[in-house]
Ligand binder design. Structure first.
Ligand code: IPM
Ligand code: MG
Length: 368
């Protein structure tokens, strides 16, 4: 074995553990073919960690992540922990601190609707004859999520609460560079989304986007207000290539995008931090775009593809194993072409084979 990489494996709750173990089997298979190895450290996160020791993000888990080249994350949360105070709920108490701690400022969320799966999209099929493929680049460590002051107090005899939407120019610049770089590798079109008709932070966003654009003359950039972007996404999703936006707008638009793609169970995501010195590789955390789906957890029917494609993104962006990532992505595409369908993407049409979590992974491994 020539190359060994270290990854932290945080399976979490709900369908997390069952799709995670399938993605690790795919990794095993791809490693055997590609001449590298991953050393994996499993650690508790989310509800599983709360049940174990009372906190959704134990120090041991943070340490395991720090000692790794990347984090493969499953999903967290579920009804069991919903009545806890917000700060120690699985989502807020684990995800947000992980993002902040590791400086994971760039969230890449592909919204892909394959031509063969347009039936699963809630968008009228005549609007998306060829499916679509949009990449949402969401700023992830700034804006109103983390801005201060943030709080709640009494004013004039009644409670008030406030958050601060704030961006430094340098924060806008670095996310724009990530988005332009992605656009250069794709269709060379970028839509910057803001609310510059109302918000000061958006005025700075738009100014900065326009400045950064000068360094990427080949990319055609346009600007949309976020309300309009939300409408255009359902009307003409096929016309977008890369979309870049601030944290809260990205939270909302990326969910809209995932929903119209019709196959939440197929969408991976990457949250990238700084590049590792002297390389083009990022420290990053990789997770399915969908949630922990507690309603179908433990039944062996969840679609493992989002988790498997998250592992592929991890290989590409954090480990420099792009060829292995290509192998996985091609095998997934062939598996879909061959008609394998988990419940979330099945129609019952001729030529489809309905499979569960494990059989889907087997079908992918066979096609590597
Ligand atoms: C997401 C989630 C999180 C967010 C929540 C769980 C804190 O919605 O990853 O999009 O708002 O960023
Ligand atoms: Mg969200």
């Amino acid at each position: 074995m020539s190359r060994t990489h270290r990854i932290a494996v945080l399976a979490g709750d709900g369908i997390g553990p069952e799709v995670m173990s399938e993605s690790l089997r795919v990794l095993d298979a791809v490693e055997a073919r590609s001449g590298f190895a991953t050393e994996r450290t499993e650690a508790l996160v989310g509800g599983a960690a709360i049940d174990d020791g009372g906190h959704p993000l134990p120090e041991a888990t943070v340490n395991a992540c720090e000692a790794s080249d990347a984090i493969l994350f499953g999903s967290v949360g579920g009804p069991k922990w919903e009545s806890l105070p917000p700060d120690i709920q699985p989502e807020r108490g684990a995800l947000l601190p992980l993002r902040k701690h590791f400086g994971l400022f760039a969230n890449l969320r592909p919204g892909v609707c394959l031509p063969s799966l347009t039936h699963a999209s809630p968008v009228k099929n005549e609007l998306i004859p060829n499916g679509f493929d949009v990449l949402c680049v969401r700023e992830l460590t700034g804006g109103v999520y983390f801005g201060s002051p943030k709080g709640r107090e009494e004013r004039d005899g009644e409670p008030v609460a406030f958050d601060t939407m704030i961006y430094k120019k340098s924060e806008i610049e670095r996310i724009l560079h990530v988005a332009f770089t992605a656009a250069m590798q794709r269709g060379k079109r970028l839509t910057s989304v803001d609310k510059a008709n109302v918000l000061a932070s958006s005025v700075l966003w738009r100014e900065t986007a326009t400045e950064v654009a000068a360094s990427y003359p080949e990319v055609r950039m346009d600007h949309l207000y976020v309300d309009n972007a939300a409408m255009q996404l359902v009307r003409r999703p096929g016309s977008f290539d890369v979309m870049v936006t601030e944290n809260l707008f990205g939270d909302i638009l990326s969910d809209e995008m995932a929903m119209i793609s019709g196959s939440l169970g197929m969408l991976p995501s990457a949250s990238l931090g700084a590049k590792k010195e002297g390389t083009d590789l990022y420290f990053g955390m990789y997770e399915p775009s969908g949630g922990s789906a507690p309603d179908i957890a433990g039944q062996g029917i969840a679609n493992p593809i989002a988790q498997i494609l998250s592992a592929a993104m991890l290989l590409r962006y954090s480990l420099g194993e792009g060829q292995a990532a290509d192998l996985i992505e091609a095998a997934v595409a062939r598996t879909i072409d061959a008609g394998f369908r988990t419940g979330d993407i099945a129609t019952g049409a001729d030529g489809e084979t309905k499979v569960g979590t494990k059989d889907m992974a087997d079908a992918i491994i066979e096609r590597l």
